[in-house]
Design a protein around this ligand. Structure first.
Ligand code: GLU
Length: 254
């Protein structure tokens, strides 16, 4: 199977910035999936969250500079964790403009295919430094969905710091329960998302659910769950995912 995994900033960052143990735990999971013969493409946030503790000045470009500082540090920890498991990783930075140009997107897909065929694990992020204008909401959630559709992935897994989609905010309501399966993403489902986003990542649940809608509309089963759970990726493949599963449109599998 081919699986795109989007990793949210909060999966990787601890109290003191980037947490190498969290990166290692995640890479362990990714490596387990690869060793079972599956193909993995990672879309990882975390550059800004990693860089911010090093940027002690105020500037309109603060977040962009944080991304420039954080991206190589993030890759450093990914490379370290991957090499331990004999996996070679390659960094791919993209702009939304690249996805709007047929030629660029075609090149992107061709090169990702080539990486996969040579067992190089792609780690994709938005090129925040070069992005025009403000940094906007949930970009990587949607990038992940577009990548998954482009490379015809079988699964799209969005890893975050929450267990999935709840019937109401679990931090505020005792009766909140996890929605285990969503068969159709409509306004009612979007309403469950609330409006909270974290200051480090830019997504929040709504952008994840919208990305899930994009992917499931293209026939890709999508999952949202907590990235710190051991074996969470493998579970998305084995049908015992400890989060929310969004059924793919047009697929009969329940
Ligand atoms: N590209 C941003 C980063 O690496 C995150 C964007 C997002 O969370 O959607 O920090």
């Amino acid at each position: 199977m081919r699986i795109v995994v989007k990793i949210g900033t909060r999966v990787l960052i601890g109290k003191n910035g980037l947490d190498a143990r969290k990166v290692d735990l995640l890479m362990n999971d990714v490596s387990g999936v690869i060793k079972k013969g599956h193909e993995v493409i990672m879309v990882s946030s975390g550059a800004i969250g990693t860089g911010l503790p090093f940027v002690h000045f105020s500037s309109p470009a603060r977040k962009k500079i944080a991304a420039a500082v954080g991206q190589p540090l993030l890759m450093h920890d990914y490379i370290h964790a991957a090499l331990k498991r004999r996996i070679t990783v390659g960094q791919v930075l993209i702009l939304s403009e690249d996805f709007r140009s047929r030629e660029h997107f075609g090149n992107f897909l061709k090169n990702i295919e080539a990486m996969l065929s040579h067992k190089v694990l792609p780690i994709i992020n938005e090129n925040d430094f070069m992005k025009a204008g403000d940094l906007t909401v949930g970009d990587n959630d949607m990038f992940g969905a577009v990548v998954a559709a482009g490379i015809k992935a079988d699964r799209y897994v969005i890893l975050t710091d929450q267990d999935g989609l709840f019937t109401s905010n679990p931090d505020r309501h005792d009766g909140a329960s996890l929605v285990k399966i969503v068969k159709k993403i409509d306004k009612k489902i979007e309403k469950l998302c609330g409006t909270e986003t974290s200051d480090l990542g830019r997504g929040g649940m709504l952008s994840k659910v919208r990305a899930a809608k994009f992917a499931t509309d293209k026939g890709i089963e999508t999952f949202i769950g907590r990235g710190s759970r051991k074996g969470v990726l493998l579970k998305a493949l084995n049908g015992n995912f400890p989060g929310t599963r969004f059924a793919a449109k047009g697929k009969t599998k329940k």
